[in-house]
Ligand binder design. Structure first.
Ligand code: PGA
Length: 233
């Protein structure tokens, strides 16, 4: 199976002109690439960007209703968007998303026909306390409770301490977590995310045994992101 390389732009860039420029540069650089490439831009750009697979960064847990400012899975699906990220650590930490809410979102998204990129990972404190596997186990058990595993589910292992810090997780340690996740989640592709760059992508796709990468900061830099994509070769 092809490696899956996902770019999470988070709340960047500010203008549509910049979004188009970054997207077009990635699109031309990634054409004929050895990987499946997905871009997750801010939702407002989703209907505009064409020619590569898209993912949303978030959806509401309910299908419709009086939820001012929110976006439903059905709306996203109707635009032709393929994926949605659920359970990202920024949503868990900054927006108070619990395992239970994440679970509802996963079910709503799958029910609407979206593929889910389900994010899990331990904090620095949990890692230092030797609780990593316990945390991953809990996040999987609760976040995926009642969810049938299928090719619509992708798990992204993102140690919280590695996200946006430049402090990427070592290959051995990543492999251990990826292997652990695979024992608990059958048949899902398992990605690594957290300070992935052009110069470290290959080791995750090779020695760490991942099925792909979830890339934040570097996915806004077309040249570097294309280097990451080509590391899947
Ligand atoms: P980063 O973000 O690549 O900037 O560390 C990864 C993520 O948040 O998915």
């Amino acid at each position: 199976m092809k490696k899956l390389i996902v770019g999470n732009w988070k709340m960047n860039p500010v203008t549509l002109a910049e979004a188009n420029a970054i997207f077009d540069a990635i699109k031309s650089g990634a054409s004929g690439s050895p990987a499946d490439v997905v871009i997750c831009p801010p939702a407002i750009f989703l209907p505009v960007l064409k020619g590569m697979s898209l993912g949303a960064q978030n959806i509401h847990s309910e299908e419709r209703g009086a939820f001012t400012g929110e976006l439903s899975a059905g709306m996203v699906k109707d635009l032709g968007v393929v994926y949605v990220i659920v359970g990202h650590s920024e949503r868990r930490t900054l927006f108070g998303e619990t395992d239970e809410l994440v679970n509802k979102k996963v079910k709503t998204a799958l029910g609407a026909g979206l593929k889910v990129i389900f994010c899990i990972g331990e904090t620095a404190e949990e890692r230092d306390a030797g609780q990593k596997q316990e945390v991953l186990k809990r996040q999987i058990a609760k976040g995926l409770a009642g969810v049938g595993y299928s090719d619509s589910l992708v798990v992204a292992y993102e140690p919280v301490w590695a996200i946006g810090t430049g402090n990427n997780c070592g290959v051995e340690e990543t492999k251990e977590s990826i292997d652990f996740i695979r024992t608990r989640v059958k048949d899902a592709r398992v990605l690594y995310g957290g300070s992935v760059r052009g110069d470290n992508a290959k080791e995750y796709l090779g020695d760490a045994g991942t099925d792909g990468l979830l890339v934040g900061g570097a996915s806004l830099k077309p040249e570097e992101f294309i280097t990451i994509i080509n590391s899947a070769n």
